[in-house]
Design a protein around this ligand. Structure first.
Ligand code: PLP
Length: 406
């Protein structure tokens, strides 16, 4: 998912525009900024490219999620249903607004299992938050139906799936709101940054104020004349970061076309192994192809593959999320211990501690057999061939029980 691989003169030019004026802030300074409004311009381009009515930039994907939740009225006492497999930022955002994360199983889409979601609904459920992991999507029709039936908010964490779509609509624009991250390793980057997209004007206006200390931005050129209809924070993006994003968004179609091609080539090679199966993708045409995610028959064989790749020094770029400290519930000890720096509500800490003794066999069954191979924009066809052949050899060895561990 690496926009940073294509850093170049386009990014330098956009950043230089800002350096010329020295106006690094997205608001105010109307005279000295000489017509340069990178954040505003990027928001317009995001709306156009992804088909969202409104877009508001933030300082990160995490703050975009926090902002979206606040704007959607999610807070203390509310439960947010989210998957056991995601980046830690998803639950950080839920906790940041005082809501309670309710973790439920993923299925072979590597995203929320709609049946598990339905079973987790309680009178306190306010929001369902699918996380479109690793470039592909959740079953949005099923989740949207559940939300409609139970009158719940649908918030898409599309931070990892910029440019992916579902039945012709871009991920992040289907729910009541959706977010992208533009951190350094995402499909397009600002260095740091994020965005909330929504088709609801009221939600947008709240995001606009919330990320800037509650400013209503109606005071004209004088920030001191703005009113504060509600309490906000500072989750603003800077003009420098937005400038990088502006260059990147113009390259994003190019990134996606390379990703899709490289993904296809690698998939062809490893699908020669009959025991390998692939992630379920609800709308294959919409896969952004940042990763090729695939399964081996058992946990033991998957571990043997990982060990074999490690032994050969070629594991890099192959992610075994099940044993990684960031992305799967089995390793979220700080969450399950409720290790906060400051005091929190009793209900939330109790709920988090309950996860220490709750098991997720359905998720384990999926994640313990899953490898995601990151798709680089820089690979040559020869490199893909070589990489694929090495993977096939390591898979075959693991399947034959001849790994270095055996
Ligand atoms: C990257 C990411 C985020 C957070 O984005 P940051 O910009 O790093 O704060 C949130 N959710 C998911 C699934 C992510 O991958």
């Amino acid at each position: 998912m690496p926009g940073f691989e294509f850093w170049g003169d386009e990014e330098r030019k956009e950043v230089n525009d800002v350096l010329e004026t020295g106006i690094l802030m997205r608001y105010g300074f109307d005279g000295p900024r000489k017509g340069i409004w990178k954040a505003k311009e990027l928001e317009q381009e995001i709306c156009k490219k992804f088909g969202s009515e409104y877009a508001h930039l933030t300082s990160s994907g995490t703050s975009a999620l926090t902002t979206a939740m606040a704007a959607l009225g999610i807070g203390h006492g509310d439960e947010v249903i989210m998957p056991t497999f995601t980046f830690v930022a998803s639950f950080e955002a839920v906790l940041s607004v005082g809501a309670t994360p309710v973790l439920v199983d993923v299925d072979e889409t590597l995203t929320l299992d709609p049946k598990a979601v339905e079973l987790a609904i309680t009178p306190k459920t306010k929001c369902i938050m699918p996380v479109h992991m690793c470039g592909s999507m959740a079953d949005m029709d099923a989740l949207k139906n559940i939300c409609d039936q139970h009158d719940l908010v649908l918030l898409e964490d599309a931070c990892q799936s910029i440019g992916a779509s579902y039945k012709g609509r871009m991920l992040g624009t289907i729910g009541h709101a959706g977010t992208f991250s533009f951190d350094f390793v995402k499909t397009m980057t600002c260095g740091e940054g994020g965005v909330v997209m929504t088709n609801n004007k009221d939600v947008y206006t709240k995001c606009d104020g919330y990320t800037d200390h509650g400013h209503d931005h109606l005071g004209g050129a004088d920030r001191g004349a703005d009113l504060h209809p509600f309490i906000g924070y500072n989750y603003r993006i800077s003009e420098l970061h937005a400038a990088v994003g502006l260059a990147q968004i113009r390259k994003v179609d190019h990134f996606l076309s390379i990703q899709k091609r490289n993904h296809q080539l690698l998939k062809q090679i490893i699908s020669q192994v009959p025991e390998v199966t692939f992630r379920a993708v609800p709308d294959p045409a919409g896969d952004s192809c940042t990763f090729l995610s695939w399964f081996l028959p058992t946990e033991e064989i998957t571990v043997a593959f990982v060990e074999e790749m490690k032994a050969q020094g070629i594991l890099a770029g192959n992610f075994y999320w099940y044993k990684n400290n960031w992305h799967y519930i089995s390793k979220w000890d700080h969450l399950k211990n409720a290790d906060f720096l400051n005091s929190q509500s009793h209900d939330i800490t109790e709920k988090l501690r309950s996860y220490a003794s709750q098991s997720f066999p359905a998720s384990d069954q999926v994640m313990s057999r899953c490898i995601s191979t990151a798709i680089s924009l820089m690979w040559t066809d020869e490199q893909i061939q070589e990489k694929g052949e090495k993977m096939v050899a390591a898979i075959s060895k693991a399947l034959a029980g001849q790994s270095v561990l055996a």
